[in-house]
Structures are given as C-alpha cells and as structure tokens.
Design a protein around this ligand. Structure first.
Ligand SMILES: NC(=O)c1ccc[n+]([C@@H]2O[C@H](COP(=O)([O-])OP(=O)(O)OC[C@H]3O[C@@H](n4cnc5c(N)ncnc54)[C@H](OP(=O)(O)O)[C@@H]3O)[C@@H](O)[C@H]2O)c1
Length: 249
C-alpha cells in the first residue's frame, strides 16, 4: 500500500515492529515521491499506539488517513491449539491494535474529515475452519468499525472495511500453527492468490472513494448472498476453499 500511494507524494507514516524493514520500505517510497516517517510500534501495546499517533502529529501536524493493516494469522483447529495464549495474541494484534490506533487518531481525523481504513478479511464475513480465532478477530473488527461508522455520521470521517480473499504475502508462512510456532510454509495455492500490488490498488481506490465495504473476490461477493439464502452451502464453500489452499507444497 505504501508503494501504491507513494507516487501521489504523500506524507507516509510507516508503522510495524521491524524498524530495519520499515527503513527499507521508507527509502523506496522516498524514491517514488513520498515523504516518510518511520515509527516502529507494536500495535498490541496501547501506550505504544498512543505514542505513535502523538509523534505523527508532532512530525506532520495532521492525519488524513489511518490504515489499520497490521495483522497475523493462525492455522489450527480450536481443538488442536496447545496454548490458549495464542487466542489472546491474535485478538490483541488483529483487533485491539486497530481499536487502539483508531481511538487515539480519532480527534485528528475529525479535524481533517479524514478516512479510516480497516483491513479485515473475507474471514470476517463467515466462519472458516482451522481459522476460527483469526476469523473471530476479524469479525470483531467489523463489529467495531461498522458501529464507529454510525457514530461518525455527519462528521465527514469515513470508514472503509476491506475484506480480502487470499493475497500473496508473508502472512501465510508466518501463521501460527497448533504449537504456537510459525508454520513456515506457503499455502499450496499461493501463486494463484491476488498479488499484494493488485490488492493495494483496490484498497487505494476504495479509500479514495470512501467505500463502505470492499470484498476483493467474486466468490467472496457471491458468498455473502449464499450465506443469507443457503447457510449450509457457505459452510461447505469455506471448508472446500481451505482444503484446496491448505495443502503443503
Ligand atoms: N494475505 C492474505 O491472504 C490476507 C487476506 C485477508 C486479510 N489479510 C489482512 O491483511 C493485513 C496485512 O497482512 P499481509 O497479508 O500483508 O501480511 P504480512 O505480509 O505478514 O504483513 C503483516 C504486517 O503487519 C505487521 N505486524 C504484525 N504484527 C504486528 C504488531 N504486533 N504490531 C505492528 N505491526 C505488526 C508486520 O510487520 P512486523 O512483523 O515488522 O511488525 C507486517 O508489516 C492483515 O490484517 C491480514 O489479516 C491478509
């Protein structure tokens, strides 16, 4: 997303935990035309999120857009998970991290009639086997951002929820397995997933148009209607989708 936005010469605040990799991204964004500010932050820490927003204001005076993108994944059945602390970790990063950043950025977003973007998932719209905790964290995100959108009516601040289908990224290899360790393997279908660039282009366009919800795949769009009319069919589709994607290469 940073690379997709950089040619518009924005002021980009780049946030994640790995400062070295953020610096690499920042350098490339600068070459493409952006001004950058790197703020290494663990979004599961509310104080760190508060500091990140404050240092953003000190540096650039305002916030036009907040993109809640940080996330992690887990592939395991609920029964197989060895330590319930993993549930907490996923909720803290995927859900609470977005809530903290949004809460602290809100006064500044109201001043600019800005945009909030929540990178959720197709797993926020229906249950996904072996992905229950991830799916729960993303359902929670949607509940928060849909409620916030209503609270913000009339303020000029928009809330855009993005529900991507599978995208090529590092998230799959970094996913926690039943033992809490990264799985370190790509899903079998990884090469057929939407590229990160194509997904970023979709998100940038949705953000500019202040869309409410964007589902990136046809099966995701169809799935919403199937779920309403034939709930057992969507369960079968989710099971089949996971079985197809989740075969070790
Ligand atoms: N790829 C997919 O198939 C897919 C599908 C649907 C939705 N999504 C969602 O898309 C978003 C981006 O994921 P991705 O696919 O691009 O995965 P990714 O390649 O693993 O990137 C995840 C990003 O989040 C950052 N991050 C992770 N934990 C963090 C923490 N505690 N604090 C701050 N930053 C943290 C990571 O940087 P550090 O490790 O340096 O912190 C990294 O920049 C996630 O919310 C994910 O759930 C992805």
């Amino acid at each position: 997303m940073a690379y997709a936005l950089a040619p518009q010469s924005p002021k980009l605040v780049l946030v994640a935990r790995d400062s070295h990799r953020l610096q690499v991204v920042a350098k490339h964004c600068q070459k493409l035309g952006a001004s950058t500010f790197v703020v290494p932050t663990d979004v599961s820490n509310p104080e760190a999120c508060f500091e990140m927003i404050q240092s953003t204001i000190s540096k650039f005076s305002k916030i036009d857009v907040l993109v809640n993108n940080a996330g992690m994944s887990m592939w395991s059945t609920v029964e197989d998970v060895q330590d319930v602390c993993q549930f907490k970790q996923l909720m803290e990063v995927n859900c609470l991290g977005s809530l903290y950043c949004t809460k602290f950025a809100l006064p500044f977003l109201k001043k600019t009639q800005g945009r909030i973007v929540a990178i959720s998932s197709m797993a926020s719209l229906t249950g996904v086997p072996s992905h229950a905790v991830y799916s729960a964290s993303k359902h929670a995100m949607n509940g928060f951002f849909e409620s916030l959108r209503i609270e913000l009516a009339g303020t000029g601040v928009s809330v855009t929820i993005i529900a991507p289908d599978f995208v090529q990224s590092e998230i799959h290899a970094r996913s926690l397995g039943a033992d809490g360790k990264p799985l370190g393997l790509f899903l079998a279908d990884h090469d057929s997933f939407l590229s990160a660039k194509a997904c970023a282009d979709i998100i940038v366009k949705a953000m500019a148009r202040r869309k409410r919800l964007v589902v990136t795949s046809l099966r995701g769009k169809l799935g919403r209607w199937v779920k309403l009319c034939f709930p057992r069919v969507i369960d079968w589709m989710a099971k089949r989708g996971v079985e197809e994607a989740y075969r070790q290469k």
